[in-house]
Write a protein that binds this ligand. Structure first.
Ligand SMILES: Cc1cc2nc3c(=O)[nH]c(=O)nc-3n(C[C@H](O)[C@H](O)[C@H](O)COP(=O)(O)OP(=O)(O)OC[C@H]3O[C@@H](n4cnc5c(N)ncnc54)[C@H](O)[C@@H]3O)c2cc1C
Length: 454
């Protein structure tokens, strides 16, 4: 049996591991257009800030591919595939036959056609190659100032990384508040204050009309739509993401917002699976298909997809939109639906003095959303309760209501939740160290379990 995986990142690696654990003799090939050993993409900003080395960014040990006997074709694109012939064609014209194919092609950035977008010094913020190029320009040109366009998760992380590298950073956001897809207005205000406290200048409700500079000099600044100019030697584009669907264009594989899959990650084409950022899966809180693009979801989906590909039918219980990050020492997390709809119930706890803000959103008897700034100690069980869809009943009021009530509610919910599904993502993220720990050790534990089988 030959398993072929396109995409050498969180999803692809998760799949390769569970296939190998199930099938010690299978041939497994990973195709990836980035040249590197698999690395944790969320650590890119920490790399730019000089907080981690390339070795520490590795998501698996150096001998990972040989130990799992994975064949790799890296630094090359899968150009097309023929579902009838079960064959993938690579950028160099080579053809690879597969029995089962996993599309784990992830997503990439999109940016409007603003003048100057192709000038030297204008970067995406997506890959290790982007990070290397940014670092090289900072050092070669002695760049002291940067502009980041777009204040979503990637833009915020870019601002953090560039500030950590010692640059003056201006973050420009078209909408009235930052992180608007994952935070409500009060949480966004806390996050903005944290960024500003960390030395990032934040301009909301402003748009970049043009990126200024020349082919020789590269970028020299940006002009806003009100005519104001901001000088800089680097511009980071961070205005949005879209799933990488190029490989399925013109094929029978059904895709809209992402590749459509069933709960076993099978597409509508026999032998072809898809998972991770490129796939639309069932969103537990929304109750419909959605692309929940984040690292733990991607890895977990890869693992379940791999099991199914290797013949162990395993239904995926669904994903939750979730983000947890440390921002200049302040923990921020968002899970599920953070803006209530009519009929939803909301509980809020806020301490301006301690810069703590917590909000829970309930639909009928279920917790469907949570936003937390400053105190994210509850993230583990929040995740469990949301994912397991356990009713919270009369406990709603107690949850944010002081320590004693909270702990008794937490105990009760935890007891319930223990009967629910097993999740790969349980830890709260309260500092960048903890964050790194989760990204590595959580999956280490899984890997060690599998290692006994390899
Ligand atoms: C800067 C940044 C910060 C982030 N921070 C966080 C965070 O804090 N927390 C969090 O949970 N998530 C975060 N994410 C999101 C997270 O990294 C993604 O959800 C995750 O990487 C998705 O994994 P994936 O394997 O599905 O896809 P990807 O990681 O996108 O990998 C897909 C791979 O496939 C390759 N590929 C695509 N098409 C082809 C082809 N035709 N042929 C060969 N190769 C191909 C791509 O180049 C890529 O290497 C962040 C992302 C970025 C960019």
């Amino acid at each position: 049996m030959h398993y072929v995986i396109v995409g050498n990142s969180a999803t692809g690696i998760g799949a390769a591991e569970s296939i190998r654990a199930r099938d010690p003799h299978a041939r497994i090939t990973i195709i990836g257009d980035e040249p590197e050993h698999v690395y944790a993409r969320p650590l890119i900003s920490h790399y730019i800030a000089g907080e981690v080395t390339p070795d520490e960014m590795r998501y698996r040990p150096a001998d990972f591919y040989t130990r799992l006997r994975l064949e790799t074709r890296l630094n090359i694109r899968a150009q097309s595939f023929d579902a009838n012939a079960r064959a993938i064609t690579l950028g160099d014209g080579a053809t690879i036959q597969y029995d089962r194919l996993l599309l784990a092609t992830g997503s990439s950035q999109k940016f409007p056609p603003i003048k100057g977008r192709d000038l030297p010094g204008v970067f995406d913020f997506w890959t290790r190659a982007d990070a290397e190029a940014i670092r090289a320009r900072i050092h070669a040109r002695g760049v002291r100032a940067a502009v980041v366009i777009g204040a979503g998760l990637v833009g915020i992380q870019a601002a953090y990384g560039l500030r950590g590298a010692g640059l003056q950073v201006v973050l420009i956001e078209l909408l009235p508040s930052i992180l608007s897809r994952i935070l409500d207005a009060p949480a966004a205000a806390y996050a903005q204050a944290t960024l500003e406290h960390g030395g990032v200048r934040v301009l909301t409700g402003r748009a970049v009309a043009e990126i200024l500079g020349s082919a020789e000099q590269g970028v020299t600044g940006v002009m806003l739509n009100d005519g104001a100019k901001i000088e800089c030697g680097i511009v980071v584009k961070a205005t949005g993401v879209a799933p990488n669907l190029a490989l399925v264009k013109g094929t029978p594989v059904a895709a809209q917002g992402g590749i459509a899959v069933d709960e076993y990650f099978a597409t509508n084409v026999p032998g072809v699976y898809a998972a991770g950022d490129v796939a639309e899966t069932y969103d537990v809180t929304r109750g419909k298909r959605f692309v929940n693009a984040n690292w733990p979801n991607a890895h977990a989906q890869g693992r379940v997809a791999g099991l199914n590909m290797a013949g162990k039918a395993t239904a995926y219980t669904g994903s939750i939109g979730m983000t947890s990050m440390p921002l200049f020492g302040k923990a921020i997390m968002s899970h599920g639906i953070v803006e209530p709809e009519p009929g939803d119930e909301v509980r809020v706890r806020e301490s301006r003095e301690n810069q703590i803000y917590q909000k829970l959103v309930f639909r009928q008897d279920h917790l469907i959303g949570a936003v937390m700034v400053g105190d994210v100690g509850m993230v583990g069980w929040i995740n469990h309760v949301m994912q397991s869809r356990r009713p919270v009943g009369a406990l709603k009021d107690a949850l944010l209501d002081g320590k004693a009530a909270y702990y008794s509610a937490r105990r009760a919910l935890f007891k319930q939740a223990m009967e629910g599904v097993d999740l790969p993502w349980r830890e709260s993220l309260s500092s960048s160290e903890r964050y790194r720990k989760v990204f590595n050790e959580d999956t280490w534990a899984e890997r060690e379990r599998d290692e006994r089988k390899w």
